[in-house]
Design a protein around this ligand. Structure first.
Ligand code: 13P
Length: 252
């Protein structure tokens, strides 16, 4: 039985007080009303990690960074290492988000360094993939996503690969209010799982959670999560409102 996971990605939103309050609100709602078989993850800015880790009391909520450095330590002004993230008590790190690939030019080579360091420091990578609009319009999304995976997480050993979470996030659906249809989501999630079967075998593929991300809201989560190969969501905008986030958590 694969884990059901709902992860919030707060991106570059909330100051420290707002973020701490939001984490406390999510923690309370999840404890009182959240489905108890769902793993909840809060992907917060680096500055908030320590506070959010201390604020969250519900043991089914984990805390995630949204990035980590590609180097272990040293003269890299402004960078935050995987070891530093781990030392806050965070357990996860989002890697390969399309915003980082696009705005910060993170390519597969950089992502592979980050993946290795995350794993070395016992952080669970939430590894993102997903195609831009023109690729979807050309119906070339499967090849595009497979290549993203082949250049990165498919380079890992089966043992390491088993530790990761994959998030499929079509770029055209991120922050646009335009969600992939339930059929589109199931189709590509099943394709990703079949690519994992090919690479690592059925047993590994059956274990790997594949999350959907892109304008996921309380009113469409149920339909998306009902699909056999959609194991939850990576949530941007709707993770910034505790009630909406709870609605998604209870969307299975
Ligand atoms: P939205 O839910 O705001 O579309 O963002 C999705 C996302 O990028 C999560 O990582």
């Amino acid at each position: 039985m694969r884990k059901k996971i709902v992860a919030g990605n707060w991106k570059c939103n909330t100051n420290l007080q707002e973020g701490t309050d939001l984490a406390a609100a999510v923690d309370k709602l999840v404890a009182e009303k959240g489905a108890d078989d769902v793993v909840v993850i809060l992907g917060v800015p680096f500055t908030h990690l320590t506070n959010v880790v201390k604020t969250v009391r519900t043991n089914r909520i984990g805390v995630s960074a949204q990035n980590c450095a590609a180097e272990p330590k040293g003269a890299y002004t402004g960078e935050v290492s995987a070891e530093m993230v781990k030392s806050t008590g965070a357990a996860y790190v989002i890697l390969g988000h399309s915003e980082r690939r696009e705005y910060y030019h993170e390519n597969s080579e950089v992502l592979n360094k980050k993946l290795a360091l995350a794993l070395k420091n016992d952080l669970t990578p939430i590894f993102c993939c997903g195609e831009p609009l023109e690729i979807r319009e050309a119906n070339a999304q499967n090849d595009y996503v497979k290549k993203q995976l082949e250049e990165t997480v498919f380079q890992l050993s089966a043992n390491d690969f088993k530790k990761i979470i994959i998030a499929y996030e079509p770029i055209w659906a991120i922050g646009t209010g335009k969600t992939a249809s339930s059929e589109q989501a199931q189709e590509i999630h099943a394709f990703i799982r079949s690519a994992i079967v090919e690479k690592f075998g059925k047993d590994v593929a059956e274990e790997i959670p594949i999350l959907y991300g892109g304008s996921c809201k309380p009113d469409n989560a149920k339909e998306l999560f009902a699909n056999q190969d959609v194991d939850g969501g990576l949530i941007g905008g709707a993770s910034l409102k505790a009630e909406d986030f709870l609605g998604i958590i209870n969307g299975f």
